[in-house]
Design a protein around this ligand. Structure first.
Ligand SMILES: NC(=O)c1ccc[n+]([C@@H]2O[C@H](COP(=O)([O-])OP(=O)(O)OC[C@H]3O[C@@H](n4cnc5c(N)ncnc54)[C@H](O)[C@@H]3O)[C@@H](O)[C@H]2O)c1
Length: 333
């Protein structure tokens, strides 16, 4: 099976490339990535010599490039996106370009060049907006809060419209917050680990009461692989762990694993429009495809802290001013 992965130099995409190659001996991956913010060639350093892997530097909004890549493959898994919510607030235009025009370009290429290819579009829980109680199901209405989540919601609508109008074989996954190896140091969990290890203060937005559902990245990759192989055309699948934690709980757990004190925590000014709680009902993917997460949050976070402690070679070059001396504080998850 030949898969075109887009955004495979980013956090989840690189984990998926490694997962797909390790799990299925018959899989070949072509990775196209524009090498934007969040990408890192070191994420796939260990597999770049594999004869089942190749890399193309390019933009998913470039139709001439994408049409040639799509023609050759059995499936497309689209991770490529601008993902940094704070950046979408300060400069939204690039989010429209990559997350909407880029997805539209892939859809056009699939429809015209390879309508039999399966497309898995990776979306997010943020398209539903926040929810104080209960959990969103796939058929709930979309109500994005930030330019980032609005761009992702627009892309989801394009994907579903192409299934209905042109009959392409696409499906969508919407997942909760991922964490694990190779996550960019700006994000909450790696940033907390790195700053705590260096003896620096650990920033927490507002009072730290925002709730997120945390999914270990490899569990997410397994779900995407299942949706690609066994999911139904035109369906949306929510993917969540059910492991909801407030941000302050996450930070305290990390400090505890590292044997650090809570006096390292510093509460900082909240993000505008900050969603209070995200929560997804993922019974559809569990019941229809038999997926469930293998790692509890406690196991996953221990494994993640361990990975960062052992892989300074990977994060030290990335832990620049944004991670070590951000002014004003910028914290992302
Ligand atoms: N990280 C999470 O917790 C999370 C949660 C839910 C959904 N998602 C979704 O999963 C996907 C991957 O997220 P991530 O955290 O790995 O992001 P990331 O920022 O680490 O990686 C995104 C990758 O996409 C590439 N990219 C961006 N625009 C591109 C373009 N126009 N053409 C080609 N490549 C481009 C970047 O260079 C980068 O390598 C995104 O679609 C995101 O919306 C992420």
């Amino acid at each position: 099976m030949k898969i075109l992965v887009t955004g495979g130099l980013g956090f989840i995409g690189s984990n998926f490339v490694r997962y797909a190659l390790d799990t299925h001996r018959d899989v070949e991956v072509v990775n196209v990535d524009a090498m934007k913010h969040g990408s890192n060639p070191d994420n796939l350093r260990d597999i770049e010599e594999s004869d089942r892997y190749s890399f193309v530097k390019g933009d998913i909004a470039d139709y001439e490039l994408v049409k040639d890549l799509v023609r050759e493959v059995d499936a497309v898994v689209n991770f490529a996106a601008e993902t940094h919510v704070d950046r979408s607030i300060s400069s939204p235009h690039s989010f429209l370009q990559s997350n909407v025009v880029g997805v539209f370009t892939i859809l056009e290429a699939v429809r015209k060049e390879n309508p039999d290819a399966r497309l898995v579009h990776i979306s997010t829980d943020e398209v539903y907006g926040d929810i104080l109680e209960g959990s969103f199901r796939e058929e709930d209405r979309l109500k994005p809060s930030s330019p980032y989540s609005a761009s992702k919601a627009a892309a989801d609508m394009f994907v579903l419209s192409y299934v209905r109008t042109y009959g392409i074989d696409a499906r969508i996954t919407r997942c909760t917050n991922n964490y694990g190896p190779y996550q960019f140091p700006e994000k909450l969990i790696p940033k907390t680990i790195i700053r705590a290890v260096k003896g620096l203060r650990v920033p927490v937005y507002g009072t730290g009461q925002n709730v997120r559902d945390w999914l270990y990245v490899e569990d997410h990759c397994r779900a995407i692989d299942l949706v690609m192989r066994e999911g139904e055309r035109g369906e949306v699948y929510n993917i969540s762990s059910g492991e909801e934690r407030t941000n302050i709980e996450v930070v305290r757990t990390i400090l505890d694993i590292l044997g650090k004190g809570e006096d390292q925590i510093e509460f900082v000014e909240d993000r505008p429009g900050h969603d209070v709680r995200y929560s997804l009902d993922s019974s559809k993917v569990r019941e229809e495809l038999g997926w469930k997460p293998e790692l509890s949050f406690e196991e996953g976070i221990k494994r993640t802290v361990e990975w960062y402690l052992q892989n300074g070679w990977w994060w030290e070059p990335l832990a620049d001013d944004r991670v070590l001396h951000p002014t004003p504080w910028r914290l992302e998850w």
